[in-house]
Design a binder for this molecule. Structure first.
Ligand code: CA
Length: 245
């Protein structure tokens, strides 16, 4: 079985911020999709997130000699990391900039998922939603160790502190996993501007309530804004449909 992907992406500044430091990458030819959430302020965060998705995409357009997908994905993340660090070295005002990057490459009815930071990938299958990435955040560590409850975490002042990002260290550790896909699966990539405003069951309700990915993406962004829109919000929704082979 082959899987065809229908995609819709949307990025919104939200209700409180002046700038949008998020970006998404939607490349149907490659089957490559990503969301990056930049940090650093003063126009630096949006530079970091853009450099990251451009570097990742570039790697998948190179001619290579039988390089495996996982290796290539890791090389894309390493190049993104290097590009951001080079930009910081050239421009002192960009000191401290970095970005999250969550990415999916579709191949052979599978999804290769890569992640650094606290943007997320979710799988929606048979009326259930599951976060497939692990947040690299301080708050997640505290919740895992039982120091803070899930309820407290939602409003905790340090909920945005991330423990892994691109651009902040010379080497970056990337989480990788493969997900076998079924006809009808939907995958969501999003920044924390969505998940900080909406609980998972609300996200599921909106996704399951829309036939079309574009309408679902618009519904998610508008619900995040109605809930306060405290941060930039970016969603990339992917419908996995059985191919015609
Ligand atoms: Ca954010």
């Amino acid at each position: 079985m082959s899987i065809q992907v229908k995609a819709a992406g949307l990025s919104d500044v939200g209700r409180l911020r002046q700038d949008n430091e998020d970006i998404f990458l939607l490349d149907e030819d490659l089957g490559l999709f990503a969301v990056a959430d930049g940090m650093g302020g003063h126009a630096a965060g949006e530079v970091a997130s853009r450099l990251a998705v451009e570097a990742l995409r570039e790697v998948w357009y190179e001619e290579t000699d039988g390089e495996g997908r996982e290796r290539r994905m890791l090389r894309g993340y390493a190049l993104a990391n290097d590009r951001i660090r080079q930009e910081v070295a050239r421009n002192a005002s960009r000191q401290g900039m970095g970005t999250t990057l969550v990415a999916i490459l579709f191949h052979d009815s599978r999804a290769l998922v890569a992640n650094v930071g606290d943007s997320r990938a979710y799988l929606v299958r048979e009326a259930a939603i599951r976060q497939v990435t692990t947040d690299h955040s301080w708050i997640r560590e505290q919740v895992d160790q039982g120091r803070i409850s899930t309820e407290e975490a939602v409003r905790h002042p340090f909920r945005n502190v991330i423990t892994r990002a691109l651009g902040t260290r010379a080497q970056v550790e990337v989480d990788l996993q493969e997900i076998p896909l079924q006809d009808g699966d939907r995958l969501l990539l999003c920044s924390d501007g969505l998940t900080g405003m909406l609980k998972d069951d609300k996200i599921l309700e909106i996704i399951d309530g829309s036939e079309e990915v574009q309408a679902a993406a618009e519904g998610l962004v508008s619900a995040a804004n109605q809930a306060g829109g405290e941060d930039n919000v970016t969603v990339l929704l992917l419908d996995c449909v059985r191919g015609e082979d």
